[in-house]
Design a protein around this ligand. Structure first.
Ligand code: 5GP
Ligand code: ZN
Length: 115
């Protein structure tokens, strides 16, 4: 966990453009945004991926989702947005600390996946 990049952002060891933080979650702008609005919401406590979730995470994941919705609005995504959680090899997860992407902006996003 010592080398987990998002844990290091939580601890302040690595800088990030933080948007919001409370006892359970942290939100910060993605370093490589794919749309005008692109931020990440993470549980502060390390969870490697969505595949590791269990009943003990219900409170923190509830907080992650409600914070994501409020911040999407506050960041200007008032006409919709997309949330993405990439999980594991098949989901092409790159950072193994669970994070919800919130992606939006003025324009309609491309189709979710190509058939
Ligand atoms: P994943 O593919 O794991 O769902 O996405 C990881 C995301 O984290 C990517 O969109 C990437 O740009 C972002 N990211 C990776 N390293 C950093 C970092 O050090 N700081 C910030 N703010 N975002 C990061
Ligand atoms: Zn971590």
């Amino acid at each position: 966990m010592g080398e987990c990049i998002f844990c290091r952002i939580v601890s302040g060891e690595i800088p990030a453009k933080k948007i919001y933080e409370d006892d359970l979650v942290l939100a910060f702008h993605d370093i490589n945004p794919v749309a005008p609005v692109h931020f990440l919401v993470i549980p502060k406590a390390h969870v490697a991926s969505m595949a590791e979730l269990n009943a003990e995470h219900e409170a923190v994941m509830g907080r992650v989702m409600t914070v994501a919705a409020r911040l999407a609005r506050e960041q200007g995504a008032t006409d919709g947005f997309r949330t993405i959680i990439n999980t594991g090899r098949v989901g092409r997860q790159e950072v193994y600390h669970l994070h919800v992407h919130v992606i939006g902006g003025p324009d309609v996003l491309p189709a979710m996946l190509k058939r």
